[in-house]
Design a protein. Structure first.
Length: 276
């Protein structure tokens, strides 16, 4: 193998750039590997800047842990295709390792650097949207469903099987709060106003309307609070009865792209525009 091909191979292994790009960087750097790497990073930054305005609402969520902490994060890409790419998955693992092993402030400079390089490799805008790191002072457990929804739960007493069941329930049922007292007051008020407007159109006595309203609000609360929801593995009971002598101290749930406006793509039209 010639020296030039060896350099191309080395640069490709280090940066993940395409063969033609590696040849270009080496030619522009007079076959100096270190200079070619710097050029790659400079070009990566320019590409990342161009892509930064593009919507990234796909991606993955997952949880990671070490002996001290548990971490959940959401890493976004533009397409589900890239989200399933092993390089993208590896990027999420690298970011998690950095976040888990730091002791004080976030090492965002390093994280932004490896994201920028991955944008160049994968050709899409990539964003670390959010993450949460919790110290393992208590009994923390996590569950992820196809890297699209992740949940973690903190129990008062250790119980791995119960925790797994609760995490799966949280993923499936998406509760708004743990119980009625922790529900957002504005959400309750908004829901009540909607029901009131519906009942204003109904020709019934006011006391009957109040009873209907109370029933609707009770159902809303039961359907949206973790402890009162029908348990997914046995809808005849609720989670509050399942946990028995244990207690849920906290829980968290991430879903890929929730709350983000996703761009509607017409790929057929896009291809037509390119060839016409």
């Amino acid at each position: 193998m010639s020296d030039s091909l060896k350099l191309v191979r080395q640069l490709r292994e280090i940066t993940g750039a395409g063969i033609l790009d590696c040849k270009k960087y080496l030619e522009q750097s007079n076959n100096n590997l270190d200079a070619a790497i710097k050029l790659f990073r400079t070009e990566s930054g320019k590409k990342a800047e161009k892509k930064s305005s593009r919507i990234a609402a796909e991606g993955l969520v997952n949880y990671f842990e070490n002996s001290k902490s548990i971490l959940i994060l959401e890493l976004n890409s533009e397409t589900d295709f890239v989200a399933k790419d092993e390089n993208f998955i590896s990027l999420s693992e690298s970011i998690a390792e950095i976040l888990l092993n730091q002791d004080e402030s976030d090492d965002m400079e390093t994280i932004n650097k490896i994201i920028t390089e991955s944008i160049s490799k994968l050709g899409e805008n990539i964003k670390l949207r959010r993450y949460l790191k919790i110290d393992k002072n208590n009994n923390l457990y996590g569950y992820t469903h196809n890297n699209k929804i992740v949940s973690i739960v903190e129990l008062k007493n250790p119980d791995e099987q119960l925790a797994k069941d609760i995490c799966m329930h949280i993923v499936a049922s998406n509760p708004l709060a743990l119980d009625e007292s922790s529900l957002d007051e504005e959400a309750l008020k908004s829901e009540k106003e909607i029901y009131k407007k519906e009942l204003d159109k109904v020709d019934k006595k006011e006391d009957i309307k109040r009873n209907i309203l109370d029933g609707k609000m009770k159902k809303f609360i039961n359907d949206n609070t973790l402890l009162n929801q029908p348990f997914v593995k046995d809808p005849s009971t609720t989670l509050s009865k399942i946990i028995s002598n244990n207690e849920i101290l906290s829980y968290h749930r991430y879903e890929v792209g929730e709350g983000l406006e996703k761009k509607s793509e017409d790929f057929a039209q896009e291809v037509y525009n390119q060839i016409s």
